[in-house]
Write a protein that binds this ligand. Structure first.
Ligand code: MG
Length: 257
C-alpha cells in the first residue's frame, strides 16, 4: 500500500521535519523517511497548522533532457533523439515547495514550465545493474524543471537557464510503493492541460537512468532525479498558476511572481 511522506513546518510548535501523511493525521518522524527513523508523535490534521515544504533536501538534482519522443520532435527533430541519456544538474538551492512562487529573472524573456516525474533515491548507489536499479528508489514526486528558454539557447551550457533560485518546485509529497512504468504526467497552465504524456513513452526508462547515472556519480539517499518532460512546454508570465499533476502522486501547484 502506497505511503505519502512530506516535510512540514508546524505553526503550533515551530518545528520542521519529515512526516508520514495519513488521511486524518500526520506522524512526525525523527529524520528523513529513507533513513532509520522513529515515529515521534501523531498529530491531528486540523486547520492550517501544517505548511507543506519541498519533500526533499538532496545533495544533487540530476535531470534528464529530451527523454520523451514527442517532446524531442516538437522542440528539435526526431533525428536529434539522444543515443544516451542527456544529463544536467540543477543546484539544490533552486528548490521550492508547493505553493511557493517562481521568480522570473529579469535577464530572461521566456521562462517555461516542464512537468516531470521525480525519483527520490533511497540508498547510496554506485554501479547498480539494470535488474537491481529500482531497488535504489525510495519513492516518486512531482517536479517542475523551470527553464529560462532564451538563456538555455544563448548560453549553450544549461546551468544558468535551469539553475536560478525557485526554478525547481518539488512536491507536494513523496509517494512510495507505486509502479513508475505507466504514469500520466501533466502540465496544467491556468487550469488548461498543456502537457500530457505517459512515463511509458520515455526514451530511457527509469531503471536504465538509475543504472546509467550510478555508473557516473554516486547517488546519495535523498537525491532527486528528474526524468524529463513530455511535449507541450510553453512560457509562463506573472500571475500564472502552473500545476504538475501525476497519476497516483498528486498535484504540485505554484504561481509566477
Ligand atoms: Mg526538463
Amino acid at each position: 500500500m502506497p505511503n505519502k511522506y512530506i516535510r512540514y513546518s508546524d505553526k503550533l510548535d515551530g518545528s520542521v521535519g519529515y512526516a508520514l501523511l495519513k488521511s486524518d493525521s500526520l506522524v512526525k518522524l525523527s529524520g528523513p523517511p529513507w533513513t532509520q527513523t522513529e515515529e515521534i508523535s501523531s498529530e491531528p490534521l486540523t486547520g492550517d497548522r501544517f505548511e507543506l515544504l519541498a519533500p526533499v533536501q538532496p545533495s544533487k538534482i540530476v535531470c534528464i533532457g529530451l527523454n520523451y519522443h514527442a517532446h524531442v520532435e516538437a522542440s528539435y527533430s526526431a533525428e536529434e533523439a539522444p543515443e544516451r541519456p542527456l544529463i544536467f544538474l540543477k543546484p539544490p538551492s533552486s528548490i521550492i515547495g508547493p505553493g511557493d512562487k517562481i521568480q522570473h529573472p529579469k535577464e530572461s524573456e521566456r521562462v517555461d514550465y516542464e512537468a516531470e516525474l521525480g525519483v527520490v533515491i533511497g540508498q547510496q548507489t554506485k554501479n547498480i545493474s539494470l535488474d537491481e536499479a529500482v531497488d535504489a528508489v525510495f519513492g516518486y514526486t512531482c517536479v517542475n524543471d523551470v527553464t529560462a528558454r532564451d538563456l538555455q539557447k544563448t548560453d549553450g551550457q544549461w546551468s544558468r537557464a535551469k539553475g536560478y533560485d525557485t526554478f525547481c518546485p518539488v512536491g507536494p509529497w513523496i509517494v512510495t510503493g507505486i509502479d513508475y512504468s505507466d504514469l500520466l504526467v501533466e502540465g496544467i497552465l491556468n487550469g488548461q492541460v498543456r502537457q500530457s504524456g505517459s512515463t511509458a513513452q520515455m526514451i530511457f526508462p527509469i531503471p536504465f537512468l538509475i543504472s546509467y547515472l550510478s555508473s557516473i556519480m554516486t547517488l546519495m539517499p535523498g537525491d532527486l532525479i528528474s526524468t524529463g518532460t513530455p511535449a507541450g512546454i510553453a512560457p509562463m508570465i506573472s500571475g500564472d498558476v502552473i500545476e504538475v499533476r501525476i497519476d497516483q502522486i498528486g498535484t504540485l501547484r505554484n504561481s509566477i511572481a
